[in-house]
Design a protein. Structure first.
Length: 374
């Protein structure tokens, strides 16, 4: 079983913190969709005939695609891949796109899951981030999607904003619960190089981020989710019950094959990774000549193990160290001992699992456990 990721590289406006690949100029969208369908057919053998159990439209802003564009993409996917009848098909959407008409048009396609970029239910945060929507639109679009019959809805929230008070963070979570959301992805704001936010901080126009505040928000988040009985199944991801766990993202974390389509998209076939050029014009021009612009890296055994440490340790299922053979398992056991002694890691069913305390410094633990090539 495998997954397909499709990157839609357009947005209405640039959020100040964002370093994903996108363009705010949408004139090339039609040419892009033509190139995308060419890429789909050129990559028909990438997954080695495995059935596709998840399709994920990410970006950028996939909700900018018209129904006709989506239908063209689905038609081409079905021509070249076997997609499970009950596949999870997610579309990332921004609240300002999800009008009643748009939702009903999306409902007529194969999309059965929305990932909505809410980020905050407060207007002053949305303005600070330069999001294209308002707080009221955020709540309204969720209700509209639910009224139209979408049950599997996830929303993104961001914490660690300099102006996000503890009370506002509590309120954002309480609003999500009140709206009957089944899945939440919560990310700590980070300052990526060459973003508007990095510029604002370096010129003193914005306050610096506060690590203690972000850690406190994360602890509050874990506490509230526990009280509500949600599954904390990956550091940043929570579901009300198992059936709402993201199948697509879980496949990444479990090392399954996936094909990434569109500019900047990454693919993994079990032994190598490849990534497409992060440039819309280059992508479109190249595919018009029948060539996918990508780079590729074959992974060594140690790189593959390190990738598993990076991804699986972040999940509630943990890292099954006995999978790696006697000597690597012993090495990982020895490396993990100090963290187990400090109650940052624990072992469950022969797997290493982060404790709540460990989740606060997950990146450091992952780095320490990773293996050297020699
Ligand atoms: S809508 Fe999403 S992809 Fe587009 S700029 Fe904002 S955060 Fe980035």
């Amino acid at each position: 079983m495998a997954g397909i990721y499709i990157h839609i590289p357009y947005c209405k406006q640039a959020c100040h913190y964002c370093d994903f690949h996108f363009s705010v100029k949408q004139e090339t969208k039609t040419a892009f969709v033509n190139s995308l369908v060419s890429e789909i057919s050129l990559q028909k053998n990438y997954l080695g005939g495995e059935k596709v159990e998840t399709v994920y439209f990410g970006g950028g802003t996939p909700s900018l695609l018209s129904e006709a564009e989506l239908r063209k993409i689905f038609e081409t996917l079905h021509q070249h891949f076997e997609i499970e009848t009950n596949a999870e098909i997610t579309l990332e959407a921004n609240p300002d796109d999800l009008t009643k008409e748009k939702i009903s048009s999306l409902k007529s396609t194969e999309i059965n899951r929305f990932s909505i970029g809410i980020q905050s239910f407060f207007d002053h945060h949305l303005k600070w981030m330069n999001r294209a929507h308002h707080a009221q639109e955020a709540e309204d679009c969720i209700k509209r999607a639910q009224d139209a019959g979408f049950v599997n809805i996830t929303i993104d929230l961001i914490y660690g904003l300099p102006d996000l008070t503890d009370e506002e963070w509590e309120q954002n979570l309480a609003t999500s619960f009140a709206l009957g959301i089944r899945h939440l992805s919560c990310y700590s704001l980070t300052v990526e190089p060459r973003t508007a936010l990095a510029h604002f901080i370096s010129t003193g126009k914005s306050r610096k981020l506060n690590d203690e505040q972000a850690a406190r928000h994360f602890e509050m988040l874990m506490q509230r989710m526990k009280e509500q009985g949600w599954l904390h199944y990956e550091i940043s991801n929570f579901a009300t019950e198992e059936k709402f766990i993201s199948q697509h993202n879980s496949a990444y974390w479990k090392g399954k094959k996936y094909l990434g389509l569109g500019p900047s998209a990454h693919s993994f076939n079990g032994t190598s990774r490849q990534w497409n050029a992060r440039n819309n014009h280059l992508y479109i021009d190249s595919l018009e000549k029948g060539v996918i612009p990508f780079e590729k890296e074959d992974l060594t055994k140690i790189q593959r193990i390190n990738e598993r440490i990076m991804t699986e340790l972040r999940t509630m299922w943990g890292l099954p160290i006995s999978d790696f053979g006697f000597s690597i398992s012993n090495l990982l056991s020895a490396k993990s001992r100090p963290f187990i002694n400090e109650k940052l890691l624990e072992t469950k069913n022969d797997s290493l699992v982060l404790t709540d305390k460990g989740k606060l410094i997950a990146d450091k633990i992952v780095l320490d456990l990773m293996l050297d090539e020699d």
